[in-house]
Design a protein around this ligand. Structure first.
Ligand code: 3PG
Ligand code: MG
Length: 396
């Protein structure tokens, strides 16, 4: 993306306070890290700053605590993980965003790091509040956004903070992500297929609407597909579905017709009575009232594999099923294998994105390779859509 100011690799940061926005939003289960990819990706730049004797103030969110403290969404486990990996003094700040924090950060010595507790514990973060952003901005002389995956959010630590720091830059990880995605967009070849899954339904429906314009096929999987199935008056039992999604689904299908973009939805699926239960394969017409759809079925896998074989570019975001239970990882793994195989043998251009997608790939135990694997989800999709991301605009 032209115009973005990237962090100059030879910038003198010695003894300077530098605020770094990172994305440590990793999946946790009972406070245990389920996938550490995002944390690992943050480490090289931190190590570099430590070596160059900067004083580092780290900001991240975790989940969506809606402006309230929530122990289950504390960054503490991630702090512990980072502390072990980085050979320097590292502190965890759990107080308010006030003068005390400013004083604490001013006590940092060269090469030390202060991680602030989940910034979304403060409602001002998601409100992009000016005063709050100013307080965050006053913590450093330099600000670096190294979280491409959060750059679609108009929130204090991504957006308004940039008004209150003199020197602002995009970090190397952000640079790497957009350089890779830019090159895929530039080189993409028809037919283009987008595979969209996952469960964050409301955020994805708008994106699909835009993708219709320059995509030949859109394959809808995961919980997202339930909205389409329900719209077509299929029984979906107790499966996850967004309230009032009918109107938007209708619009998507109409727009797809006009733009001659094929929308593919599942024809069969794997269901269970609970998320931890056994998998039963069913045709989409025979779902019972107490079934939960947790994966695509073998017939649908077959259809998707054929579409992948006939594509020259595949963009994929969001798993096809509840992959956390291995019985429902079959669809996701099959798609991953076919995309990877064609990337290697038929020079398919493949770009995958999303925290869950990355976790699913890492948990599959399969040896897979893609043109680019992005840990960004929403930001990745909005960037592909050609949208101006608020967090990137302010870095120009
Ligand atoms: C993500 O996982 O998509 C990023 O960390 C941003 O989180 P959000 O979707 O809750 O804003
Ligand atoms: Mg997201």
């Amino acid at each position: 993306m032209p115009g973005i100011k990237y962090f100059p690799y030879n910038l003198n940061v010695e003894n300077k306070r530098i605020v770094v926005r990172v994305d440590l939003n990793v999946p946790l289960k009972d406070k245990k890290i389920q996938d550490s990819t995002r944390i690992e990706q943050v480490i090289p730049f931190l190590q570099d700053l430590v070596r160059r004797k900067a004083k580092i103030i780290l900001i991240s969110h975790l989940g969506r605590p809606k402006g309230m403290r929530n122990n289950a969404l504390s960054l503490l486990p991630i702090y512990k993980y980072l502390k072990k990996k980085l050979s320097t003094n590292m502190y965890f700040y759990t107080g308010e965003i006030n003068d005390e924090l400013n004083t604490k950060s001013s006590f940092l010595k060269e090469s030390e790091i202060l991680l602030i507790e989940n910034i979304r514990f403060f409602k001002e973060e998601t409100e992009n509040d000016e005063k709050f952003s100013k307080k965050l901005g006053e913590l450093g002389e330099i600000y670096v956004n190294n979280a491409f995956s959060c750059s679609h959010r108009k929130q204090s630590s991504i957006h308004n903070i940039t008004k209150f720091v003199k020197e602002i830059y995009a970090g190397p990880l952000l640079e790497k992500e957009i350089t890779a995605i830019d090159s895929v967009i530039k080189n993409k070849k028809d037919p283009v297929t987008c595979i969209i899954g996952g469960s964050k339904v409301s955020t994805k429906i708008g994106v699909i609407f835009s993708l219709i314009k320059n995509t030949n096929n859109i394959v809808i999987v995961g919980a997202l597909a339930n909205n389409f199935l329900a719209y077509k008056t299929n029984e979906i039992g107790k499966s996850l579905k967004e309230d009032n999604s009918e109107d938007i689904v209708k619009k998507i299908l109409e727009e797809a017709k006009v733009r001659v973009c094929k929308i593919i939805i599942p024809e069969d699926c794997l269901v269970s009575k609970s998320f931890e239960g056994e998998a039963i394969s069913k045709n989409i017409m025979s779902i019972d009232k107490d079934d939960i759809i947790l994966d695509i079925g073998p017939k649908t896998v077959n259809i998707i594999e054929k579409i992948i074989d006939n594509s020259n570019t595949v963009m994929w975001n969001g798993p096809a099923g509840y992959f956390e239970n291995k019985r429902f990882a079959l669809g996701t793994n099959a798609i991953a294998q076919r995309v990877s195989r064609n990337t290697k043998s038929k020079s398919l251009i493949s770009v995958l994105g999303g925290g869950d997608t990355v976790s699913a790939i890492n948990n599959s135990g399969l040896e897979l390779s893609f043109t680019h694997l992005s840990t960004a989800g929403g930001a990745f999709l909005e960037y592909l859509e050609g949208k101006d991301l608020p967090g990137l605009s302010v870095l120009k």
